[in-house]
Design a protein around this ligand. Structure first.
Ligand code: MN
Length: 240
């Protein structure tokens, strides 16, 4: 039995092939897992748990079926679905995790993160992140009507494009100093994150201590997963 980690599916109705692979994953390999951790950007966008789009309801109930089958499912916010709230968590049967989240697994000390907080070179993004993760800002946003929130999301997207940012390129990589600091502060041996869409395993040292940074890939062309059992972690591609 293994614990599974995924991130950066960027599910949206316009990319049905990703959703189909995710549904097959939930009904297939995930069913025999010890637990499933979704480390952010499960959805391309999220403007409130009250979104009536049936696509989201379909994904939510498929996750619910997995958790109802006895596999614990954990969810951490990404930079695109950070508005996911307790209503979604209750309906999908998932437990929301703070970022970062420490986890002991098969005798190893892990630190789980989406990864965007570690991209400290992107100063402008970190300012936006600080604003949008503020509970007051989120309460203000959720007090708007659904239509107003859609208009806001479209406007934010246009502003982002006007700054020259594109959907898949231009994601800043993590800052090595920030990575070393969270590993130092947490004492973790392994940092596992997504967000950068640069799947890899990086061994290095923090204060002479051997550590690893494992990066999950996105699901744009194929799936990506870390499978972790008593033999340790394996970063795997899931062909479509
Ligand atoms: Mn991300």
């Amino acid at each position: 039995m293994a614990t599974l980690f995924i991130s950066d599916l960027h599910l949206e109705p316009a990319r049905p092939e990703i959703g189909e692979q995710f549904l097959a994953f939930l009904a297939g390999p995930a069913r025999t897992a010890d637990a499933l951790y979704i480390l952010g950007d499960l959805f391309e966008a999220w403007i409130g748990d009250d979104d009536p789009n049936p696509y989201y309801a379909q994904m939510r109930s498929a996750i619910r079926e997995l958790s109802d089958s006895g596999v614990p499912v954990f969810f951490m916010h990404g930079n695109r679905d950070f508005m996911i709230g307790q209503q979604f968590a209750a309906e999908a049967g998932v437990t929301l995790l703070d970022d970062p989240h420490p986890l002991e697994l098969h005798g190893e000390n892990l630190l789980l993160s989406h990864g965007d907080a570690l991209c400290t070179d992107d100063v402008e993004y970190q300012q936006v992140r600080a604003m949008t993760r503020n509970p007051d800002w989120q309460a203000m946003m959720l007090s708007k009507t659904f239509e107003e929130r859609i208009a806001f999301a479209v406007q934010a997207r246009e502003q982002s494009l006007a700054r020259g940012e594109s959907m898949t390129d231009d994601i800043a990589d993590v800052n090595q100093g920030a990575v070393e600091q969270v590993l130092r502060d947490s004492g973790a041996d392994i940092l596992l994150h997504g967000h950068t869409h640069r799947p890899a395993v990086h061994p290095f040292h923090v204060d002479d201590r051997p550590v690893h940074r494992i990066v999950l890939g996105d699901w744009y062309e194929q799936g990506s997963m870390v499978e972790w059992d008593e033999d340790g972690p394996r970063l795997e591609e899931l062909p479509r």
